[in-house]
Structures are given as C-alpha cells and as structure tokens.
Design a binder for this molecule. Structure first.
Ligand code: UD1
Ligand code: CA
Length: 479
C-alpha cells in the first residue's frame, strides 16, 4: 500500500459501529471478508491512500473484534479507534470520534465502513472540491434510476444543495428524486463540531442523521455536491451486495494483472486476495485461487483448480492442476508440483524439486533436484539434494505422542513403499530396498533391506490343482 504524506493535511472518520442487520449474520457487517480482508479495510485504505492521518474508525457492534481485525490487517497505519456504545445514528457516530480528533483543525473526511469500492481518487475529488470552494462541507452524490433506500438530495432555488431527506422521512414527490447522497463527506473541523452539536433526532427513525449537516450548512454557505460513480459509492448492506462488490474487486484486480503481463486464461474464474503479488509472464489457468501473502515469481504456471495460501514461488515453477499449498511454504525455481500435490505448512522446497500426484509434505525441507513423483507422505523431514523418493514412501513421524524427524542425505534412493520410522537417518547415497520398514540408521552408501525374505515353493500351484481335483471326484462318488 502506498500512503502519500505530501498533500495538505487531512483527517478521516470511518463509520463502522453498526451491526448490519440486513446481513442476517452473527458477524458484524464490517468483519465480513472480501479478497481476504474485512469489509472496512477497503474504505480505510482509500482514506490512507488519500493521505489521511489520523484515520479514526468508529466501532460499536462487536467493537473489540472489529478493532483487533483492523489493527491486524493494517499494521503500522495511523489508525485510532473510537467507541460509539449505542448506535444512535450517523451524526452521533461522528461525534464519538471527537476526542480522537482533538487538535485537528483542518478538513475531516467522513466515510462509511461498508463501501469497499471507493477509490482514494474519488475521495480526493470531494476533499478538493470543498477546499476549492472554501465551503464548510462537500459531499458526494450520485444519480440513480432506482434510488430506493438512499437519502435524496434537495436543491434550493439557485440549484445549490439545501438538504438531504432520508427515504423514511421523504414525501412521495421527494422519493421521485434520483439524485442521492452517496454517504461520503468532507467538512471543515470547526463547522463539523458546531453543526453536529445542533443535529436533532426528530425524524422517522429517531436517529441523529449526519445528513442534516447539508441543511445546516445551507443556512450560511451551502455545501458543495460532487457527483461520483455510483459503482464506487455502492454500499454493502446484505450478502448479495457483498458478493457483487467482491466480483467487482476481482474484476478490477484481474484487469490490473493482465495489464502488468499476467496471463489469465479466464479472468472471471480467478480469485485473488488483496496482498497477493504476481510477477509478469505468469500464466494462470481457470479456477485458481490465491490467498494470503502468496507471491508468484516470473514465468510460473498455475494449473487449473490450484489453491495456494501463503505460498512463495520462485521463478518458473510449474504447478499442475488441483494442487493445494497451505503455507507458509516456499518453492524453489523451476520446481514442478502436482497434479494433486498437497504442500502443507513449513514445507521448504529448493530449486528443481518434483512432487507428483498424491504427495503430501509438512514441515519438510527438500533439497535441490530431489523427486517424489507419486503417492508419498513426507512429514517432519530434512531431505537432501538429488534424492529419489519412491512411490508409496511414508515417514512415520508420529508415535502417538510426539513428532520425530526423518533425515535423508544427498543422493539417497528410497525404494518404493519404504516405511521410514522416525527418528531415523538415511545416509548420503544410501539405498533402501522397496517395501522396507526402516527403523535403524542407514549408513552412507549402504543398502538397507528391512523386509521378510521371500520364499518360493516350487510346483505349489500344480499340487493345489491335483488336490482340488481329487476332492471333487470324492464328492461325486458319494452323490
Ligand atoms: C446512509 C445515509 C443516506 C445515504 C446512504 C449511502 C444517513 C442518516 N443516511 O444511509 O443518506 O444515502 O448512507 O450509503 O446517514 N453507523 C454507525 N453508527 C450509527 C449508525 C450507522 O457507525 O449509529 C455506520 C454504519 O455501520 C455504516 C454507516 O454508518 O457503516 C452507514 O450507516 P447505514 O445504516 O448503512 O446508513 P444507510 O441507511 O445506508
Ligand atoms: Ca449503508
């Protein structure tokens, strides 16, 4: 994230105290996730990118959880939290931020915690429009064919904004107005605190409406209305709107990635968290999902249906379809994974490692060029370079109480279906015979055989046949 501090001073308030009743969820609205971040993270980021400092977040419903989630998602940001214990309206919410804004004398932007699509550029347009007009207040409006649910903008004789009327308080004629309040404001600190003290709650909802500021400003110097893109200002009030906003975010991200040299075979079938970084010349097949702090190096190919979380891939890695990485995990350059590999936390794969279908790794380090191409479980292991792990190999890392380590030296050859009972060490260049259960250390360069010796009974099948024929003949004789 880029925060610019070179601009004129600006503070911001983000309103996030409401429960979000229409979400029909036990989780506070602003904690619902989009692209791996809580909903309120997006408008806060827009404020930070616009250079606002401090950004005061007004919390109320599930205040502690909301504050913890936002602090964790924005480490080091100039955030302050103010509690609005009872949600008595948007004006009441801004007043709750007053102490946290002590000493702020310049402009204060006010945003809603439920508008994830708002950009810093649009916020700055509102901020600048107020400064240019030297008005006490500027606010964003949009023109909608279907204005239902929004506050309608009332214009005075000269066409200047005279007030906002909420839908529940509006007359039929007012409801027909298509110009609505987008819920984004910038006010001069002096005006804000003076005017907020005069807002009453004599309306249909018995709430203190922030929207009353427009009429209060009009008494002296009218507010400036700034028309914005309705998509950017659209709020999330229910889970369908959350999903719709999520789709817009994903489409924006996909388009930015494609412009930066990433091939998306189907941009509508790609999901990517906010923090993910993808280098140029990466090819991404359909239905890939990238989560958390995943970083994809140049020239990687991500196969269909792969899910990568907190995975760091160096250059030129090939991830074949339906591979799952649950990081933290690192994958060295030109490694080849999948199809159907599962890489679990603490896996560190060096350059040119090959892991094939149904190979699972966990807390395991694998050296350069080593291979496990089919059906294996490699847990709590340190595997050297140039090792070949045969099909069906299992590290028995757990004795029912504790986890133990398996160590395999460079160039070792682990025969198919080897059972490596940890703690155990296999020396460099050693071999284990297929089907061995290895419980003792194997010296470097040795062959370990840990299986029952094979016994062949010559002519056994012929004798069986003769015996059976004799039994059948005896049976017939009786009948
Ligand atoms: C509000 C506006 C409306 C505008 C619309 C744009 C008011 C009275 N109405 O309506 O004119 O068209 O936004 O989206 O402002 N909040 C608090 N504390 C409270 C009440 C609300 O923090 O006591 C927060 C909510 O968590 C939310 C934001 O303020 O993030 C807006 O509240 P919401 O109830 O969604 O307002 P709308 O009905 O959408
Ligand atoms: Ca809303």
């Amino acid at each position: 994230m880029t925060t610019r501090t070179s601009r004129a001073p600006l503070a911001a308030v983000v309103l996030a105290a409401g429960q979000g009743t229409r979400m029909k969820s036990r989780i506070a609205k602003v904690l619902h996730q989009l692209a791996g971040k809580p909903l309120a993270w997006f408008p806060i980021r827009a404020a930070l990118e616009a250079g606002a400092s401090p950004v005061v977040v007004v919390v109320g419903h599930q205040a502690e959880a909301v504050e913890a989630a936002l602090r964790a998602a924005l480490p080091g940001a100039p955030l302050r939290f103010a509690v609005q214990a009872e949600q008595r309206g948007t004006a009441h919410a801004v007043l709750a931020a007053r102490t946290a804004l002590r000493g702020v004398t310049g402009p204060i932007a006010i945003l809603s915690g439920d508008t994830p699509l708002l950009s810093a550029a649009t916020l700055l347009r509102v901020v600048k429009a107020r400064a240019r007009a030297q008005a006490p207040l500027a606010f964003a409006t949009m023109n909608l064919a279907e204005p239902r649910g929004y506050g309608r903008v009332l214009r005075g004789e000269g066409g200047t904004p005279a007030g906002i009327v909420e839908e529940k308080d509006a007359s039929e004629a007012q409801r027909a107005i298509g110009e609505v309040n987008a819920g984004l404001y910038c006010g001069d600190a002096g005006f804000l605190w003076r005017a907020l003290a005069r807002v009453g709650s004599g309306n249909a909802q018995g709430e203190f409406y922030l929207t009353d500021l427009v009429a209060l400003a009009a008494k002296r110097e009218p507010a400036v209305a700034v028309e914005v893109d309705p998509l950017e200002a659209s709020g999330v009030n229910d889970l369908e709107e959350l999903a719709r906003s999520g789709r817009v975010l994903q489409r924006r991200r996909a388009s930015a990635l494609m412009k930066a040299g990433v091939t998306l075979e189907d941009p509508d079938r790609f999901l990517c968290d906010e923090e993910v970084e993808i280098a140029a010349d990466v090819v991404i097949e359909p239905d890939v999902r990238l989560r958390g702090a995943t970083r994809i190096g140049a020239g990687c190919r991500l196969g269909q249906g792969s899910i990568l979380a907190d995975a760091v891939l160096a250059e030129g890695v090939t991830v074949k379809p339906y591979t799952v990485i649950e990081g933290p995990a690192t994958v060295g350059a030109r490694s080849v994974l999948g199809p159907f590999s599962r890489i679990r936390p603490g896996s560190e794969l060096a350059e040119g490692v090959h892991l094939g279908n149904f190979v699972e790794t966990k807390k395991t380090r694998i050296g350069k060029g080593s291979k496990a191409n089919h059906l294996a479980y490699l847990g709590d292991a340190v595997i050297g370079a140039g090792v070949n792990v045969g099909c069906g190999t299992i590290t028995c890392n757990y004795d029912g109480e504790q986890k133990h380590q398996t160590r395999i030296g460079d160039g070792a050859f682990i025969g198919s279906d080897s059972i490596l009972v940890a703690p155990v060490e296999i020396g460099a260049g050693a071999y284990t015979a297929a089907g061995s259960t290895i419980t003792e250390p194997v010296p470097a360069g040795a062959l370990a055989l840990g299986r029952a010796k094979q016994v062949n009974k010559e002519g056994w099948a012929r004798r069986l046949e003769v015996e059976r024929a004799a039994r059948r003949a005896a049976g017939k004789a009786k009948g």
